[in-house]
Design a protein around this ligand. Structure first.
Ligand SMILES: *Cc1c(COP(=O)(O)O)cnc(C)c1O
Length: 387
């Protein structure tokens, strides 16, 4: 490995150096950093529920009842009523037999993939899969094959190869419903058909779809009527649910397996009671009339932004998720645009390698139901002037 200071120097030189920014105050979709107020287009809190009075009140009540921390891992003494309650509710919402909470979505993915496959098995992963899916696959010791994003011919090819080469192994397909950096949707109908044909297992990460997509926000799997075809549904409490934590929805048997095998579940302290309680309150809103109204506002914000961006490649896809990628390509130019936006009070950071491929740098704009028409206009005008 290169000396550490040399690694940092090269990151600077390639416009790939990153640093933290501290938010000091939150006001709806706006945040204060230093002495500057910025409209936040970088948050995954798509329905604004992290700021909802009922969600905050639920978190506070859970702290009063159970304390600030859980005190132990789930299997020791960390499981309390708010965890169990959320697990029952999310399983019912996703229409699976059972659910299991993890401390983060990252931990849910890594713990689950490493429990389902090992040496002698195969994981087949979409090229644009989130880092936690890649890390889980690598850590599992299974043979890893990657298919180009949503390329069904290549997925079929890998499945046939896996069945020939590992006739007795498990074959696990891992993909997402809404991809985190491109904002587009996984081809789940085609993937479930291939999964059946090749007797593979299917794991779908619904981090960005839960709460946002579907009549009641159940996600993309349910919206497509594919619940029975997906073996493992993963999600996080940290996006539309406005809290923090991760979950797996699956069969009773697979959840029992995770409780006994998933190291990130077994050897990590249970998520704070406040997070689980906040997520339960958020889920109740998501399923209500208010949730439907928030989703419809989010959707019209997304369509407005697409309509206002002038470049020809900016047509709204159908369905349109909350993430609008503005691919610039060059890392330096992307940083410049992010800086111009920042100076205008608009927070939309540059996403660069290794989060996305080299030369595919972009602004990742995440819309929120509480963004106003003026805020979206100000964003689109600044971007259009730059391009
Ligand atoms: C955010 C995210 C995760 C990780 O969830 P956390 O709860 O933040 O750990 C997993 N997968 C995808 C696609 C994500 O965007």
């Amino acid at each position: 490995m290169l000396p550490y200071d040399e690694i940092l120097r090269q990151l600077h030189q390639k416009s790939l150096y990153r640093e933290l920014r501290t938010i000091e105050e939150v006001q709806g979709p706006a945040v204060r950093i230093g002495d500057r107020m910025l409209v936040n287009f970088a948050s995954n809190d798509y329905l604004g529920l992290s700021q909802h009075p009922a969600v905050k009140a639920a978190a506070k009540a859970a702290i009063d009842q159970f304390g600030a921390g859980s005190g132990a891992s789930r299997l020791i003494s960390g499981t309390n009523e708010v965890h169990t309650h959320f697990e029952e509710e999310i399983a019912a919402f996703k229409r699976t037999e059972r659910a299991l909470l993890f401390a983060t979505g990252y931990a849910a993915a890594v713990g689950t993939i490493t429990s389902l496959v090992g040496p002698g098995d195969v994981v087949i992963l979409d090229k644009l899969g989130h880092a936690c899916l890649i890390d889980g696959a690598k850590l599992s010791g299974a043979f890893l094959r990657v298919f180009p994003h949503n390329d069904m011919a290549k997925l079929r090819h890998h499945l046939a190869w896996a069945r020939r080469t590992y006739p007795h192994g498990n074959v696990l397909i891992v993909t997402e419903s809404i991809f985190s950096m491109d904002g587009d949707f996984g081809k789940l109908a085609e993937i479930t058909a291939l999964k059946r044909e090749f007797h593979a297992l299917l794991f779908v990460d619904e981090a960005h779809a839960t709460g946002v997509i579907g009549l009641h926000g159940e996600g993309w799997i349910a919206a497509l009527g594919l619940t029975q075809q997906v073996d493992v549904q993963m999600g996080t409490l940290s996006k539309a649910l406005g809290a923090s934590g991760g979950f797996i929805c699956s069969s009773e048997m697979l959840i029992q397996l995770l409780v006994n095998r998933a190291r990130s579940f077994i050897y990590s302290t249970a998520l704070p009671p406040a997070s689980a309680a906040a997520a339960s309150a958020a889920l109740a809103i998501i399923r209500s009339e208010e949730g439907a109204m928030l989703r419809s506002r989010l959707r019209s914000n997304v369509l407005d932004l697409y309509a206002q961006l002038t470049a020809t490649d900016r047509q709204a896809p159908d369905p349109a998720g909350p993430i609008v990628p503005l691919v610039i390509g060059d890392e330096q130019q992307t940083l410049e645009l992010a800086e111009i936006l920042y100076q205008r009070g608009l927070l939309a950071p540059a996403i660069r390698y290794p989060t996305v491929a080299r030369g595919a740098a972009r602004l990742r704009i995440a819309l929120n139901s509480s963004h106003s028409m003026e805020q979206i206009q100000s964003l689109s005008q600044t971007i259009n002037a730059f391009r």
